[in-house]
Design a protein around this ligand. Structure first.
Ligand code: ZN
Length: 432
């Protein structure tokens, strides 16, 4: 009998997707979290002795324990975090979950699309456990990001909520093309499009499930044969990309290092500038006028410099990194002091996934006030994603995406590097 029961349990697990079952249980469950204190990320104020009441994966109410406790259903499951500081789940607006440092450069040439999706499943879990409950994935090959997002949404693998771009648009031979192959191995990466073809490429990415569009406005550092200071797409091509994407209700992120590429991408109407290494006062002024976000990705610069010669990068990539990074650190610190809108992004993939929160410390070292850095990864990131109605703050109606840390993250942002509790949509991921 015992063996039969075991077999039945085993069969029901295999047949009924245990993960999906757990996800739907979490959606229906009522939970009350006793919070030592809650950071209001809009104001920087701490609210003490709070209860967060969760129903159906969303926050039903937050408030003083004395007010909320009498309203709670009898026998509700309670999680005691009375010694901790609670914040909304963090948001990273620039990741590549289906890539990693070991597959940069020529090593990526024998890294299949299915293998990339499976690596993504591992990186999605690690990122979620680090406290990042939402990410914007800005560039993946073979629609592996779309497969990963759909697998997470179906409950097949654990991971953050994902908004995904599909393959990033790039000019032929540009930062998003494969430039390691000789002409006889004629191959272009799947986001490559020139001239009016960009309209077709944007529509194709959306056809296959892209939530947003990413394009390479300038050259990049970790690509062969191009220069990050130079513009790649023309102003006309950028306008076609942005108009087509916006017309279909998708936001647009532009990878842009050089000052001219930044300016023309902003003028074309992009929603965010990624990296921004050569950003100048004219770009900053234009971005402030238009409300364009800067997603600065600064911690990776330190990590890359420290590991530059052990990653199997080509001599030209190493030289580009040594040239661009000091310039980027100077210009971006200046941008941080100028009041341009900042959304948090890391470019995790260039360095190991799960270290995303190191970005906070670097942002603060470069001149951003700690609360502004936290807002970049919560309210501002939610605004950039177009998801202010569902993530970024702990308010009724939003997803129960919650993290807990020890200590005071506004006094010392480094505490965000050791998140001890993570909840996504009412489901405890870590630390109960
Ligand atoms: Zn990137």
């Amino acid at each position: 009998m015992k063996r039969l029961a075991f077999l039945l349990i085993l069969l029901s697990c295999v047949g009924g997707s245990l993960a999906a079952q757990q996800a739907s249980n979490a959606e229906n469950a009522s939970v009350a979290i006793k919070a030592g204190r809650v950071l209001d990320v809009r104001t920087g104020n701490y609210l003490s002795g709070q209860i967060i009441w969760i129903e159906g994966g969303k926050i039903k109410a937050v408030g003083k324990a004395a007010e909320i406790a009498p309203q709670l259903p009898k026998g509700i499951r309670t999680i005691d975090l009375s010694g901790a500081t609670l914040l909304p789940g963090l948001i990273d607006c620039h990741v590549h979950l289906t890539m990693s440092p070991s597959y940069m450069g020529p090593a990526g040439l024998h890294f299949s699309y299915p293998r990339q999706a499976l690596l993504g499943a591992r990186n999605a879990r690690v990122t979620l456990e680090a406290g990042f409950t939402t990410v914007r994935n800005v560039g993946a090959a073979g629609y592996s990001d779309i497969a990963l997002r759909d697998a997470i949404n179906a409950g097949d693998v654990p991971g953050p909520r994902m908004l995904v771009s599909g393959p990033p648009l790039s000019i032929t031979g540009g930062h998003g093309d494969q430039n390691f192959l000789a002409p006889q191995f004629a191959f272009s990466d799947d986001g490559v499009a020139d001239g009016a073809e960009v309209i077709h490429k944007v529509r194709e990415n959306i056809k296959y499930g892209a939530d947003l569009i990413k394009f390479m406005a300038t050259g990049g550092v970790l690509s062969e044969g191009d220069n990050p200071a130079y513009e790649q797409y023309s102003p006309e091509e950028m306008k076609m990309i942005v108009e087509t994407a916006h017309g279909l209700g998708r936001k647009v992120a532009a990878h842009a290092h050089g000052e001219l590429g930044i300016r023309n991408a902003v003028l074309a109407g992009v929603d965010s500038i990624e990296h921004g290494s050569y950003i100048n006062d004219e770009d900053i002024e234009l971005m402030k006028q238009r409300g364009t976000y800067l997603v600065p990705t600064v911690y990776l610069q330190d990590w890359l410099m420290a590991n530059l010669t052990s990653l199997g990068l080509t001599a030209s990539n190493i030289e580009k990194a040594r040239t661009v990074i000091p310039i980027a650190q100077r210009n971006l610190s200046h941008a941080f002091r100028s009041g341009v809108k900042i959304a948090f992004g890391t470019d995790a993939a260039v360095y190991p996934h799960g270290m995303n929160a190191h970005e906070f410390e670097k942002m603060v070292q470069m001149g951003l006030p700690p609360l502004v850095a936290i807002q970049a990864a919560t309210v501002n990131a939610a605004d950039l994603l177009g998801w202010s109605d569902r993530v970024g703050t702990l308010e009724p109606g939003k997803f129960a995406d919650i993290i807990a840390v020890d200590g005071d993250p506004v006094a010392d942002v480094r505490v965000l590097q050791s998140v001890r509790f993570v909840m996504k949509g009412g489901e405890v991921i870590k630390g109960e």
